[in-house]
Design a protein around this ligand. Structure first.
Ligand SMILES: Cc1cc2nc3c(=O)[nH]c(=O)nc-3n(C[C@H](O)[C@H](O)[C@H](O)COP(=O)(O)OP(=O)(O)OC[C@H]3O[C@@H](n4cnc5c(N)ncnc54)[C@H](O)[C@@H]3O)c2cc1C
Length: 437
């Protein structure tokens, strides 16, 4: 049986490797000249940057973590996370609720007081169940933490109002803080949150793309790059897949490409399915790369909730992940800016975005002076984040049912249309191959 895998990102190459290991005939069709999708890395002027935003390797899933680290072998380094939130010029420990002791007095009081008031109200049954993400945030953290950090940060990264987002996806992703931790954190006793990420790994050389290359290595001959799938037709119980020049025939089709790219390739898609697909929300991402001839703070990455500091919601310091991603004596910063087609950021040129980022980082003190900037670059990804709006569950169900009827399997971040990290994508691929082969 021959399987065609649409898309050569992490999910596509993992599927290909696992299917190949069990003896299947598989071909991967990838539109770009390079595999990796969101996990591609750019090497220029001695610097290595992850083009789809800063990536680290971590997971609660022991099997998946061991898979990622074993394929990388010697090319993986472990680091302790040192992550901060920029709040009123201070570097607050991350997650925010674990760094309350670092807040100005009035804000610390606001956060604790509202947390306690909210807790009592919830216990007394006075708080109705949340109906959207904004309500979930407030009824989990109280109005103080919500207004100081959670709401501004989330609205910045999602580029969408939190009260128009669903909250079905947050459990397990945004942990509810234990009361003891909040009290400890408020009086200055160190606590750790998100402990599954407290230590992370990163490739020594090659950026996060090294992980994709290592996974793809045994199936390299089965990967066809520069093949933009433009048509998928059912054919004698199988499929023919074409890019308009070449046609590939397969018995089975697994799509890892965004639903928004898959559906236009199919014939006779009903209007309600097209409408559901058109209504799915997602964010695009612009990554700004900055190479420096000076040191950067010993921070892994830093969340930037306020608009005044800059358009970026996060800056990371790749040269703190591996010594090999910047030339000796140099360091690097990667700034992430989310946007949507038609908004103000989408209308900015690359030069304007780079200028804005450098100027903002100089003003915020992360870059000592413009003279230390020795390299700049930029990358854009149309499909970066799934945005769970209030109609998400209804719309995604319609599309999944349609693809199921057409016999097309959906695996991966923008194919399942779920907020999957790398470990979630690999887990989906493993489960698919174990259950669906
Ligand atoms: C800013 C940011 C930071 C992240 N950080 C982390 C992190 O630290 N740790 C972590 O575990 N995860 C992280 N992730 C998530 C991680 O990037 C994704 O889970 C993973 O890369 C998704 O892989 P995928 O193969 O499912 O999708 P993609 O990477 O989107 O791959 C899809 C592939 O399909 C191809 N394609 C699209 N259309 C067509 C077509 N018509 N024909 C042929 N090919 C096509 C694309 O070119 C692409 O290669 C992050 C994501 C973002 C946006």
């Amino acid at each position: 049986m021959k399987t065609a895998v649409l898309g050569g990102g992490l999910t596509g190459v993992t599927l290909a490797r696992l299917l190949h290991e069990q003896g299947d005939d598989v071909i991967v069709l990838e539109q770009c000249e390079k595999i990796g999708g969101l996990c591609r890395s750019r090497m220029e002027a001695g610097f290595t940057f992850d083009s789809g935003g800063s990536h680290i390797i971590f997971s609660r899933d022991a099997e998946v973590l061991s898979f990622m680290l074993s394929v990388l072998g010697e090319n993986a380094d472990r680091r302790n996370r040192n992550t901060k939130i920029l709040y009123k010029g201070r570097h607050i420990k991350y997650p925010f609720e674990n760094g309350l002791y670092q807040l100005p007095d009035a804000d610390r009081f606001f956060c604790i007081n509202e947390f306690v008031k909210n807790l009592i109200a919830v216990e007394k049954g006075e708080v109705p169940p949340p109906e959207n993400f904004a309500e979930w945030i407030t009824c989990t953290f109280g109005r103080g933490i919500a207004e100081c950090y959670m709401l501004p940060y989330n609205e910045k990264i999602w580029n969408y109002p939190a009260d128009r987002m669903s909250h079905h996806w947050v459990d397990g992703r945004i942990p509810r803080p234990p009361v003891e931790d909040i009290i400890r954190s408020a009086i200055g006793i160190e606590t750790e949150g998100y402990t599954h990420q407290a230590v992370f790994s990163y490739p020594v050389e090659g950026g996060i793309e090294a992980l994709i290359r290592a996974i793809a290595e045994p199936v390299a001959p089965a990967i066809l790059t520069g093949f933009t799938v433009s048509s998928v037709r059912e054919e004698n119980g199988g499929f023919s897949v074409s890019d308009g020049r070449e046609t590939v025939h397969a018995d089975r089709l697994i799509s890892t490409i965004p639903l928004q790219n898959l559906l236009p390739c199919l014939a006779d898609v009903p209007a309600d399915v097209q409408a559901a697909c058109g209504a799915l929300r997602y964010n695009s991402l612009c990554s700004v790369f900055i190479g420096l001839s000076c040191d950067v703070p010993g921070i892994s990455w830093l969340y930037v909730p306020d608009e005044a500091t800059g358009l970026f919601n996060r800056i990371s310091f790749p040269s703190n992940y591996s010594t090999e991603v910047a030339p000796p004596g140099h360091s690097s910063i990667l700034a992430e800016i989310t946007y949507n087609e038609g908004d103000a950021v989408s209308g900015m040129t690359d030069t304007e975005l780079i200028e804005h980022t450098v100027a903002s980082l100089v003003a915020a003190g992360f870059i000592p002076s413009r003279d230390t900037v020795v390299y700049t670059g930029i990358a854009r990804e149309e499909f970066a984040y799934v945005v769970y709006d209030l109609d998400y569950l209804k719309n995604v169900a319609v599309i999944r049912e349609f693809c199921r009827e057409r016999g097309i399997d959906l695996v991966g971040r923008f194919s399942q249309f779920e907020y999957l990290n790398m470990d979630g994508c690999i887990r989906s691929a493993i489960d698919f191959v174990r259950g669906g082969a």
